[in-house]
Design a protein around this ligand. Sequence first.
Ligand SMILES: CC(=O)SCCNC(=O)CCNC(=O)[C@H](O)C(C)(C)COP(=O)(O)OP(=O)(O)OC[C@H]1O[C@@H](n2cnc3c(N)ncnc32)[C@H](O)[C@@H]1OP(=O)(O)O
Length: 419
Amino acid sequence: MNDDAAAIDVRPITRDEIPAWLHAVKVGFLKSPVVTDEDIADRTAQIDPSRALGAFDGGRCVATFRSFPQELTAVGGTVVPADAITAVTVTATHRRRGLLTRMMRQDLTAAKERGDVVATLIAAEYPIYGRYGFGPATSAVEWTVDTLRTGFDRSRPGPECGGRIEMVDGEEVRKIGPELHERLRRAQHGAIDRDERWWRLTTGAVRPSHEEWTEPFYAVYRAPDGEVEGLVAYRTDGAWSANKQPENTVTVRWLNAVSPAAERALWTYLCTLDWVTVVKSGMRAPDDLLPLLLPNPRAARVTGEGDWLWVRVLDVVRALEARAYSGAGELVIEVVDPDGFVGGRYRLEAGEDGARCTATRADADLVLGVGELAALWLGEESVARLAALGRVREGRAGAGRVADALLRTPRRPWCPDMF
Ligand SMILES: CC(=O)SCCNC(=O)CCNC(=O)[C@H](O)C(C)(C)COP(=O)(O)OP(=O)(O)OC[C@H]1O[C@@H](n2cnc3c(N)ncnc32)[C@H](O)[C@@H]1OP(=O)(O)O
């Protein structure tokens, strides 16, 4: 650190500093730097100042970093405590002087001391977080559907098997959404919890000043017994062609379904709406059922894709013991962690009823970086692919195959949320 950088104080903010800190977040994210009284009231109720770091240069806030408690679902449905990181900014005038590195170090050290199993974030740019031990642990795909080519029978759009779809308003979404999402996220590895503010934000009950609000449509799917099994929020653009053909695009903000019937019913509903010629799915799991549930899957093409949730393992023993495995086997894994949080050798004894993980001095069967461990932990990557890239090394011939057999998951991980 040079003298200039050392003079900058990096510390948790006070409640009184929240407005200046919010201003710095907006500056860092290139949003119009206006902070309204409503923003301040909303965020003061939300933010725990002891977990909001600021860097102060002569009293001016020039960098921001915030973390909050989160629950992340591991493979098999066990939930682990996570340190969720957000609002990471360094004002353009103060970049590349090590401020992010200092804030990250403070936060990860506190998270490790607190007993969080992992840290999580959604990376603005791919190259930022690998150096801190994060690895891309889930990815997401957006499909654009040409609804006139799906092969659906528009004259019979209704849900099959006696289920039904109803339109609801935001108030109703705030009542029925949280329970539905609880079911979804506990069954989906890679998913995270949502707090009450998430539901107020998504329904316009809270409106940050930098976002324009247009009331969306909400549709709920009820199974034949009346139970809510799916909910979708979407907007339309009201487009028509010059010769009076309706050409609306539906953009899905989020779609939560806890049964395949609900998933099929909601996508069919969206793809058979009169006036609508295009449906944009929003970011979904890479193995989402959407394309294959269309009679003609070629009507859906991928129009967006990328890494999504990044994970930094802070406790290898609890991370590996929390997840389920697809067989029984034993491996000694050496985790390389230059930052010193979790480096070492671990013996994993996995079985279909659970796993045991202990520190060991035995020779390593596999050697990998802590970021690679994150990419494998939720089932996003395979050892075979990472070994081909030279990022996992076998200490014992055939160990990679054993690891892949244990770690593979029937469905890909998915985090439906952004934070
Ligand atoms: C979870 C979230 O909130 S994601 C949002 C992240 N924020 C943004 O993208 C907003 C715009 N960018 C920024 O505010 C800043 O550039 C940040 C926060 C990304 C980086 O902050 P800085 O204080 O400049 O980072 P710092 O100086 O600690 O950099 C450490 C290292 O990372 C590298 N690095 C930092 N940012 C980037 C980047 N965007 N791309 C590539 N490398 C980067 C630096 O070059 C440096 O490398 P070195 O150690 O080899 O010299």
